[in-house]
Design a protein around this ligand. Sequence first.
Ligand SMILES: *Cc1c(COP(=O)(O)O)cnc(C)c1O
Length: 429
Amino acid sequence: MTSAELFDRGSRVIPGGVNSPVRAFNSVGGTPVYMASGKGSRLTTVEGRELIDFCGSWGPLILGHAREEVVEAATEATARGMSFGANTVAEVEFAELLCSRIPHAEKVRLVSSGTEATMTALRLARGVTGRTKILKFNGGYHGHSDGLLVAAGSGLLTGGVSSSAGVTDTVAADVFIPQYNDLEAVDAIVAESGGDLAAVIVEPIAGNMGVVPPAPGFLEGLRTACTRCGALLIFDEVITGFRMGPTTYGNIAGVTPDLTCLGKIIGGGMPIGGIVGPDAIMEQLAPNGAVYQAGTLSGNPVAVAAGMKTLEILIREHPYPRLTALGADIATGVNEAARRHGVAMHCAAFGGSFTCFFRRDPVRNLEQAKDCDTKAFAAFYHAMLAGGIYLPPSQFETAFVSAAHSNADIGVFLEVVDSALAQQRRNSE
Ligand SMILES: *Cc1c(COP(=O)(O)O)cnc(C)c1O
């Protein structure tokens, strides 16, 4: 069966044909591609086409697809029993490893997704502070729990509005939403409502509006603002944790949050999430504390085995300088091609993460990201796909290189970019 036939068939029994909305290709048009397998940097579609993958399952696959040691670890764990609903040695070892890599982590609670991690972190922050309000940034994505599906309201100092049917206005009103990288707005909110603020939650490198690095002093400023008003600073490192180094980005940047949320990479491709922080906060979780949280499959032995092996390999092989170099090669190559062809776009890269923004100037926040030419992105996306490159199917996402990508893979990527932009120029003439 072809992807088109499968999408047709899937759409009859799955809402929109997908189990997560952005897979539906709604923002680039066309039919989603169905995958048969992945190995290293390559995907094989159900049609038997080979694609070079720069989506990396949206972040987890920093070692590429089906890395042998990870597959072996998960397979062995599977054979020993896929779930016990009781404690295992692996959970202890995994928590010890995370605590040893993340300085502010004295305790770890594992969950099954990034969404659960941020949801739990916010409940914990409210439980610990006894306050109700949350600050998140416009365009920051922290999973799909009610309190985080909130868009900016009419005024900065009033709360947000629901961005999904089914999320009540009452929930949305508890969330302040300034622009990313806007410390002045944060300070204004803290001056007005700091006493009600339970937490500031932020992706220390924004990844869900395309990759947008923090402006110099931004994370430090958030730390200062939170300390001043007594709100907890939560770094959502579901993407950035172990992506820029074998630790959190907060640790690399030298800014210590109160809580860090993890996911994606720490599961090595299996469903996982985690909340880490100091004893004084983490012990407020049930069973010792009053903040309830639980999960049938939390700390699942197969997920922990895949995650543990992934982190061990990252620590052993330290692919980070190479990932950064490949990301820089991509950005340089794309930006040269954009200039050569006179296309209004630029590629932003941070470590091995990158986004091709169809806008000439750098993007600092969601407003500017929204200014991108999404039609041009859609045409680019399909030209890249036709040329054998699989990117995340939206302008507002981050693409990733993995340790399995070769220099030759990057060379092919840049050749396809060149012909995609040449085509774009011809179409605009
Ligand atoms: C993916 C993501 C989440 C949600 O994780 P899921 O495992 O999809 O629930 C939360 N925060 C950030 C920054 C993410 O990128």
